[in-house]
Write a protein that binds this ligand. Structure first.
Ligand SMILES: *Cc1c(COP(=O)(O)O)cnc(C)c1O
Length: 389
């Protein structure tokens, strides 16, 4: 059996990073084997997600967690949980909860992933003028502005995690909790460092979304939502198949028990967010490996990849390794136009080489190590040398 050949699928060399467009990363054989093992049997999905909750709680310090079809799915489900809580009628009403309920967020943090909140049925309320970005000022949104925007119709405060995000999460949590409102965090791409698995929960976030298919090395279509038990339970209920008699249903203890749920909701808004048993088991095994490897060993593994690429390129100026939680190889071209031409020429090769395009406007090609196959490093170095001349 050679499924890829039968389908006519030809792999590319992915030096862009674990981007969705290029199918994420490459799973370790142990993760693929775990997915195959899961695929050979059937389970009660509540048991599968209860196991997920234990693993995610241990890794993040959260009370509970679930595996979803991606971080975007985790955001949609997290938003649905903030909108409906454990009220089955409110769950059934999504995505039209009656009066539009708000997710308050700093205007500087707006991005196209936040539409997951609107898909669930929420409205986004932007706060602050981020004039530090225009150079016309030094400020971003303030906690005071966030506090002032919270009202009776506020479902949650939404915070997008980046090292430069303002205001700081702990301050946002303080004003949100003072108003009795939860904080939902998009931390999809904030790993490594490993410390970020726990940092946002530690800072008081009520729900945090992570991608499974990025640095963790899980299946491409996986993610996780970690946080407070009743909110995670609500998210789970809005994702799972609940087509069974009320009396038969028992929510596992990992999700707070049945007593809060007056009756069973219908299939929820999150049905399209579902993770299969293969994704759940694959992500959990990948998460264990990610935690066990640690930042130093992973960084060294990534650095060794970049050095192999650089060595295959031969001696040349304008090549530099940028250190960091994930080191990067930077290739300096004459200018932005030369960098764009080189990038296109690399994509036109067979096998196609995709470099990271984030610094093309500076005239720099970036080689991101996370999604590279070990077997492609020499071919990648030679391809880069050929195109850069
Ligand atoms: C990648 C990303 C997402 C989406 O994650 P998926 O796991 O692909 O659904 C959401 N938000 C941010 C900031 C991201 O970088």
């Amino acid at each position: 059996m050679n499924a890829l050949a039968e389908l006519g699928l030809v792999p590319v060399i992915n030096a862009a990073g674990t981007v969705t467009r290029l199918s994420g990363g490459i799973m370790a054989p142990e993760v693929a084997a775990a997915m195959a093992e899961a695929s050979a049997a059937c389970f009660d999905m509540l048991d599968v997600q209860a196991a997920a909750s234990q693993e995610i709680a241990a890794a993040t310090g959260a009370e509970a967690g679930i595996v979803t079809g991606g971080a975007s799915a985790a955001l949609l489900l997290g938003a649905a949980a903030c909108l409906a809580g454990m009220d089955p009628m409110a769950m059934n009403a999504l995505p039209a909860p009656g009066a539009c309920r708000a997710f308050v967020m700093a205007r500087s943090q707006r991005n196209m992933y936040d539409r997951a909140l609107e898909v669930a049925g929420g409205c986004i309320v932007e706060v602050g003028i981020p004039d530090r970005f225009s150079g016309a000022g030094v400020r971003d949104a303030s906690v005071g502005e966030i506090a002032a925007a919270i009202g009776p119709e506020t479902a949650a405060v939404f915070w997008v995690a980046q090292p430069w995000s303002e205001p700081a999460l702990a301050e946002v949590v303080r004003v949100a909790h003072a108003a009795g409102v939860p904080v939902l965090v998009d931390a999809a791409a904030q790993l490594p460092p490993l410390a970020n698995l726990t940092a946002f929960i530690e800072a008081g976030a009520d729900l945090v979304a992570f991608s499974g298919g990025k640095a963790i090395g899980g299946p491409q279509a996986s993610g996780m939502l970690a946080g407070r038990r009743p909110l995670v339970a609500s998210a789970l209920l809005q994702m799972l198949d609940l087509d069974l008699p009320d009396a038969q249903f028992r929510l596992p203890v990992e999700f707070a028990g049945n007593e809060m749920l007056p009756f069973l909701p219908r299939h929820g808004i999150g049905r399209s967010c579902k993770a299969g048993k293969e994704e759940v088991v694959g992500l959990l095994v990948a998460l264990r490996r990610f935690v066990a490897e640690g930042d130093a060993a992973r960084g060294a593994r990534m650095l060794a990849r970049l050095r192999a690429v650089r060595d295959a390129m031969g001696d040349r100026p304008g090549v530099e390794i940028l250190p960091g939680p994930t080191p990067l190889l930077l290739l300096r071209c004459a200018d932005a136009q030369a960098a764009r031409r080189a990038e296109a020429a690399l994509r036109a090769r067979r096998p196609a080489i995709h470099v990271n395009q984030s610094r093309l406007r500076d005239g720099v090609l970036v080689v991101h190590p996370a999604a590279l196959a070990e077997a492609d490093l020499v071919e990648l170095g030679r391809g880069l040398a050929a195109v850069l001349g």
